[in-house]
Design a protein around this ligand. Structure first.
Ligand code: BG6
Length: 294
């Protein structure tokens, strides 16, 4: 069976590729391509729907805020960092098996728990589409309200790429960010211009945490001394984030497995600035596609 739905996860299979998605957060927790796991998930993560913490790894979906909620808007005052989508239980709305690949559509609408922290109506659909050579993730946001209020949000697909054997974060670089403005969340500097053609995943104490604005729709991750590359192709998500906490901060993250910070780099497709303001009846789509070159 190309799609296997269990009480906690949904598994999609296509030849030597497979994807597993936890219903908690519709978090993609595994992507096996060409027989190899491509995502990092900390072994300290709890993927069960009965647990309310976010999964440390895979592809957490951040919505309706990215990072700490803004303090100047009452609407977001009860939200936690990265919002509630990554910890809410999603439902399976559809599944399709076609010539092109295998697809599962997940859906999230306001529950009583969500309404207690976020009062605006919304419908989120998230399509996980496994194709022979790529994984395509599509977030679709609708404002079903008939009132006048726009639905403001940020969004991110917070992908934790597992590094190949023997590769550490400082051996990783990202192409495509040259000349972009970025906020450096480590130094606190805002709207700095990136001068490097290849951004090395390193910083003070090994930490890097940057939001690049208006990032191109194609970004490439390279590994020192290796021919293999990871290609991210996005649309809708205007921005991109490069994050790794480094050993000092990484070892203080409660749900990080021992040394886990050395095994991944996050390259995220995001809509950080400005917030999207979705008028009633309107919708927004962001796509994020992952592929590999040898
Ligand atoms: C990144 C942010 O996207 O997520 C970082 O830029 C943050 O600032 C990181 O530390 C992890 O966030 P969390 O909430 O999953 O620990």
């Amino acid at each position: 069976m190309p799609v296997n739905v269990s009480s906690e996860t949904v598994k999609l299979s296509l030849g030597a590729s497979s994807v597993e998605v936890a219903l908690k957060g519709a978090t993609v927790i595994s992507y096996v391509h060409d027989g190899r796991e491509r995502l990092f998930v900390s072994s300290k993560s709890d993927i069960r729907t009965s647990d309310s913490t976010a999964i440390r790894g895979g592809v957490p979906l951040c919505w309706p805020v990215f990072g700490p909620p803004p303090s100047d808007n009452e609407l977001f005052s009860k939200l936690k960092q990265h919002g509630f989508a990554r910890t809410s239980v999603w439902e399976v709305a559809d599944q399709q098996d076609s010539q092109e690949g295998v697809k599962v559509v997940f859906k999230l609408s306001p529950t009583e728990a969500i309404k207690s922290v976020f009062k605006l109506p919304f419908t989120l659909t998230y399509t996980v589409d496994l194709r022979p050579y790529t994984l395509v993730l599509t977030l679709h946001v609708e404002n079903p309200s008939s009132a006048v209020a726009a639905l403001p949000f940020q969004a991110a697909l917070h992908t934790y790429f597992r590094l190949p054997q023997g590769v550490r974060p400082p051996d990783v670089s990202v192409d495509g960010l040259e000349n972009l403005a970025y906020n450096d969340k480590v130094s606190g500097e805002q709207k700095v211009t990136e001068r490097r053609k290849e951004v090395v995943v390193d910083g003070p104490n090994g930490e890097i945490d940057r939001v690049y604005f208006r990032a191109p729709n194609e970004l490439v991750m390279r590994f020192k001394g290796q021919a293999e590359t990871v290609k991210v192709t996005k649309s809708g998500f205007a921005d991109a984030v490069v994050w790794n906490p480094g050993p000092k901060k990484g070892s203080t993250i409660a749900d990080m497995e021992e040394g886990g910070y050395d095994r991944y780099v996050c390259l995220e497709g995001c809509q950080v600035e400005p917030f999207v303001y979705l008028d009633p009846g309107k919708d927004w789509t962001g796509t994020y596609e992952v592929s590999f070159d040898q």
